[in-house]
Design a protein. Structure first.
Lengths: 129, 223
């Protein structure tokens, strides 16, 4: 092995893991769509933007996802203030919420929303998987 | 055929390396997808896995420790000896040795490498080229581990509903040092074992061993 190979390997690792040309717009749009649907009381639309596991976990046994989401009365998301994308996972900071997402083959889905930060602990989220 | 036989050791390790890397990719993808399904996420292709930060950090952390091991072995054996070990020089021969012993400058032979015959920077670079290249690969692999590890770690943190961290935070974290040190300790133990066991044990026909009948106190004798 020669150093050019190692340099190439490093370049590959940097490109792959640091994520050159990371698409931050798509998760931001998905988070905004989720909050727009909630604000418009289109809970079924919002539920369709959740990951299957989150949508399954949200309702009690005698209610639907849409009913459970309506009962939570999530506050408005507001404008997007920051996006972090690492691999297939993203965190979208909005003026009124922090939304966690995962990328599926058909696009970004919300894993958690209605989240409050807790100092260096996991966020406390009203909707989570 | 002659060419293959003359390079059989390199070729054997190259083939084993590629098979092991392919096996790591295949088994790693299966393991990764088991975790994906447990977490209610979609399985990924082997290609998607081998281009992920998870695979990159696993590869890089092993590479850096292997190159560190050989770098230390190459450099420390210049200055440190182990009496009785075929991996060591004779006690009293510590150091870079004379130009006459190293066949450099005016002591070079007709078929010596070109940079061994000249003086100055080129001779210094060539005299240390093995250590320099191994050291460079170690540093780059370790850097790659830190970058790929940061990406994999931040992906996990977001999955766990935590804020991602910076590179500076990551390279001073227990996660990064645990990954590094768990590899280093095993590599250092392997070198220690090789140096010490080869004093007393033999592998007939191997240049890494003393001849079977060589005494335990014989140093720098290869079979």
């Amino acid at each position: 092995m020669r150093s050019p190979f190692a340099i190439a390997a490093l370049g590959l690792a940097l490109a792959l893991s640091a994520g050159c040309g990371v698409d931050t717009a798509s998760p931001a749009r998905a988070a905004a769509r989720f909050h727009t649907a909630v604000a418009a009381h289109q809970e079924a639309v919002a539920c369709a933007l959740l990951t299957p596991k989150t949508a399954e976990k949200l309702p009690d046994p005698d209610e639907t996802c849409a009913q459970a989401l309506a009962a939570l009365k999530l506050g408005p998301g507001g404008r997007v203030t920051g996006v972090d994308v690492w691999g297939d996972d993203a965190l979208v900071r909005m003026a009124g919420d922090t939304v966690f997402l995962h990328q599926f083959s058909d696009g970004w889905r919300v894993t958690a929303a209605g989240c409050e930060p807790r100092h260096d602990l996991p966020y406390d989220c009203e909707v989570e998987d | 055929m002659r060419r293959i036989k003359d390079n059989a050791l390199s070729l054997a390790f190259l083939v084993m390396f590629l098979l092991a890397l392919a096996g790591q990719a295949w088994s790693g993808a299966i393991h990764y997808n088991e975790e994906q399904l447990v977490n209610g996420l979609q399985p990924v292709s082997v290609w998607a896995y081998v281009t992920s930060s998870s695979f990159a950090v696993d590869v890089a952390e092993n590479w850096q420790s292997e190159y560190l091991q050989f770098l230390l072995f190459i450099v420390l054996t210049v200055w440190l000896v182990q009496k009785g070990s075929p991996e060591s020089k004779q006690p009293g021969e510590e150091g870079p040795e004379t130009d006459h012993e190293q066949l450099v400058g005016e002591h070079a032979e007709p078929d010596s490498p070109r940079w061994a015959r000249v003086r100055g920077v080129r001779l210094w670079v060539y005299s240390n080229s093995l250590g320099l290249v191994m050291g460079t690969i170690f540093v780059l692999s370790w850097l790659a581990q830190s970058v790929a590890g940061l990406a994999a770690y931040n992906s996990e943190r977001i999955t766990d509903l935590r804020d991602p961290v910076t590179w500076g935070w990551y390279v001073t974290s227990s996660e990064f040092w645990n990954r590094s040190l768990q590899n280093w300790q095993s590599e250092l133990l392997a070198v220690l074992s090789m140096v010490v066991l080869s004093v007393y044990l033999r592998q007939r026909g191997s240049p890494e061993s003393k001849p079977v009948g060589a005494p335990h106190h014989a140093t720098s004798v290869e079979g």
